[in-house]
Design a protein around this ligand. Structure first.
Ligand code: PRP
Ligand code: URA
Length: 213
């Protein structure tokens, strides 16, 4: 549901998402299960996030007669922010198999918390695609806002941001820079700590997905 005091944010509230988010947060969850959960939660979010996708009529021949069905109109691209956003791609791609996939490489400098860009490759022409920008964590909002800046500079049009955990600070910062981009989150957490980690959060999403720490 849209958040009253955080413009631009919709928290997708569903029993299965809440259940899987609790498993995801658990510090004892293995890297293998963590990766599977990220993908499953992203897939569950897709149902809500794609609610307003346009469709066009198509003729379908059933075993009995010809009827009119629907197909999703237009091109779709998933754009994960490396590394952790990669974990969300498969789950969404299972529901939208025709989606193309772009990649934006950014890491957060540990001292300044500022995003450092290192890679950018997206399907062309980017402006013809409806984009879903993917990152499990919206902390200060710097990485997602920088990624959206890069996409807009490349000519992007319609775009939504999907995150698993959002901090209020990140939602405000992202919305201030990109009020035209809807943010969908599986959970809205309390705050950031001094090191820029989300509380209660789930730790470092990239490290937990790829087992790097
Ligand atoms: C994490 C996360 C986001 C970013 C969020 O990535 O996946 O991209 O931090 O923080 P922000 O909202 O304050 O910018 P990280 O920089 O740890 O890179 P990684 O995915 O490669 O580990
Ligand atoms: N990035 C993460 O992976 N986790 C946080 O809590 C904040 C930024």
């Amino acid at each position: 549901m849209p958040s009253a005091d955080l413009p631009g944010l919709t928290v997708i509230d569903h029993p299965l998402i809440r259940h899987k988010m609790a498993l995801l947060r658990d510090a004892t969850t293995s890297s293998r299960d963590f990766k599977a959960l990220v993908s499953e939660i992203a897939a569950l979010m897709t149902y809500e996030v794609t609610r307003d996708l346009p469709t066009e009529p198509i003729e379908v021949v059933t075993p009995l007669e010809t009827t009119t069905g629907a197909q999703v109109a237009g091109k779709i691209a998933l754009v994960p922010i490396l590394r952790a956003g990669l974990g969300m791609v498969d789950g969404i791609n299972q529901l939208i198999p025709n989606a193309r996939v772009g990649h934006i490489g950014l890491y957060r400098d540990h001292e300044t918390l500022e995003p450092v860009p290192y890679y950018f490759k997206v399907p062309e022409p980017i402006g013809e695609h409806r984009l879903f920008l993917l990152d499990p964590m919206l902390a200060t909002g710097g990485s997602a806002a920088e990624a959206a800046d890069e996409l807009k500079r490349a000519g992007a049009g319609e775009m939504a941001l999907l995150v698993l955990v959002a901090a209020p600070e990140g939602v405000r910062a992202f919305n201030a820079r990109h009020p035209d981009i809807a943010i969908y989150a599986a959970a809205l957490d309390r705050e950031l700590n001094r090191d820029g980690y989300i509380l209660p959060g789930l730790g470092d999403a990239g490290d937990r997905i790829f087992g790097t720490r």
